[in-house]
Design a protein around this ligand. Sequence first.
Ligand SMILES: O=c1ccn([C@@H]2O[C@H](COP(=O)(O)O)[C@@H](O)[C@H]2O)c(=O)[nH]1
Length: 235
Amino acid sequence: MLPIIALDFQTLSETEAFLDQFPVDEPLMVKIGMELFYGEGPKSLASLRRNRQLDIFLDLKLHDIPHTVERAAIQIGRLGVQLTTVHAAGGSAMIEAAKRGLIEGAKQAGVKPAKLLAITQLTSTSQAVLNDELGIEGTVMASVKHLASLAETSGADGVVASALEAPAISEEVADDFLIVTPGIRPQNSAVGDQVRVTTPDQAKSLGSSAIVVGRPITQAADAPAAYQQILQQWR
Ligand SMILES: O=c1ccn([C@@H]2O[C@H](COP(=O)(O)O)[C@@H](O)[C@H]2O)c(=O)[nH]1
C-alpha cells in the first residue's frame, strides 16, 4: 500500500490546494479525518475524487453503543471509501456492529465495502497515560496485542497501532490482517503530540502493512518532495 497522507485540514479549499501540488495522474492514498469531515461533510469526498483518482481512508474512529455504531457505519459504507475505523476498546459487539453496518451501507449504494480497522491504543498514548490516567494495568504492548486479537475475532480487517507493536501483533493474527501505523516521523522531524513513533523504513522492517503520515508532509515547505522521500524510505 502507498503511504497514506493524513489530510488534516480545516477546509476543502485548503485540502484541494494541498493536493494541487501533486501531479494529477499521481496515484495517492489519503486519510480524511474528523477535522475535514465535520467541517465540510460527506460531499467533500466526492469533490476530492472529482479531479483525481484517490483511495480514501475515512478515519472517524467510531465509539458508541453498537446500535448507534451500526447506523453510523451504514452511512460510511454508502460513501465507497476504502478504509475506516472503529475503536477496539468499545468491545466485540461494537466492532461487529461496525462491520455489519459497512457491509449493509455498501450493499445499499452498490459499492465495495470499506475495510474496517480497529484502533488499539492511540499512538499519542504513553505507558504512563495508559496506567495512571486511563487506569489500564500492564504494558502498552500487552494492551495493543489484546485489542488486536479482539479486533480480529470480531471481524475487523486490521488494526491501527504503532509500528513498534507490529511484530507482536503479527504473532497473534492472520497474515492478511492489516497493521496500519501512524506515528511516522522521518529522522529529525518534529514529534509533536505523537509518542510511539518510528521512521518510515523502521515501520517497513517491523512489518507495518501501511504507514499514515500527516504533518511531516502537510507542513513541509515542499510537500511533494517530502512525500517522495517518505515513499522511497517506505519502499
Ligand atoms: O493511533 C492513532 C490513530 C490515528 N492517528 C491519525 O494519524 C494522523 C497522524 O498525523 P501526524 O501529523 O503524522 O501525526 C492523524 O490524522 C491522526 O488523527 C494517529 O496519529 N494515531
